[in-house]
Design a protein around this ligand. Sequence first.
Ligand code: SF4
Length: 360
Amino acid sequence: MTEMIHRSNTRPVKVGNLTIGGSNELFIQSMTTTKTHDVEATVAEIKRLQEAGVQIVRVACPDERAAYSIGAIKEQIDIPLVVDIHFNYKLALIAIEQGADKIRINPGNIGKQAKVEAVVNAAKAKGIPIRIGVNAGSLEKKILEKYGYPTADGMVESALHHIKILEDLDFHDIIVSLKASDVNLAIEAYKKAAAAFDYPLHLGITESGTLFTGSIKSSAGLGALLSAGIGNTMRVSLSADPVQEVKVARELLKVFGLSSNAATLISCPTCGRIEIDLISIANEVEEYISTIKAPIKVAVLGCAVNGPGEAREADIGIAGARGEGLLFMHGKTVRKVPEETMVDELKVEIDKLAEEYFEK
Ligand code: SF4
């Protein structure tokens, strides 16, 4: 049962104003798609992501222009900023000096020891963590030769190799990811990692696909890990607008009861008893509650036959009746509402409940 307690049993690591691991909640992360040196576009995208519920954002840092933009981006946002660097220690040093809240770089790929030490010392001086990003597609040659192909053991061995480099320099603010596009491989690697060390884990299924297929693939892989109690931060990777990544991540956290700041929709699949245009109503209500930051459950049901009782766990809901709707709370009908105004009335009641939640 090592896995069951890994999430809360990890070493707390500070990333900006958040602490990852320990007894803290799992945070949603995403990555911008803009050119990082285009500060205006990058900040605009980060704001959109934040509106959708992202809590930590990562930017790519492929060159000095990007690295020197970090400070300007940081000034305009208020969530932790992670800077993603491959190999180049100079970029890491610039990003750290510019105020990065965390850098993603694999110490084993930096090169000479002096360069590794320079990066580690700079991170230490600023009190920021380093994320080690193991990827099944780019394992070290030595490990690939040993295992023949990417395996979970090989991925964990790679992670431990990078961890040791940092630990030998007395650096322990470490976060680790072990991404793979093969879902079973990723699940196995994360489970083995959770049993092997107590550094926080950043979850992700890489190159998972488009909005539809990628959401399913990510949910399958990440869901298995979340239900096993693994994961301290999470990114759903999609070939889509990153706002969609955040929306999918939020839904996934809600499924596992890991989100305390989002409303949930319960809607029936419809059947021959349906009395209202449920599908469009469900979509409208889902869109409406997507920005509600209170853990309210809202139900939308096609008819009242099994309606309110079926959704007893909902805080509020509507069930269709001929030409009208029944507004109900906790399984009990409150009043009838005309079909034309029922969605608007539901929205008003949702807002009231959200306000009450925050007044508590
Ligand atoms: Fe059918 Fe009514 Fe159940 Fe929806 S709530 S699935 S319409 S019986």
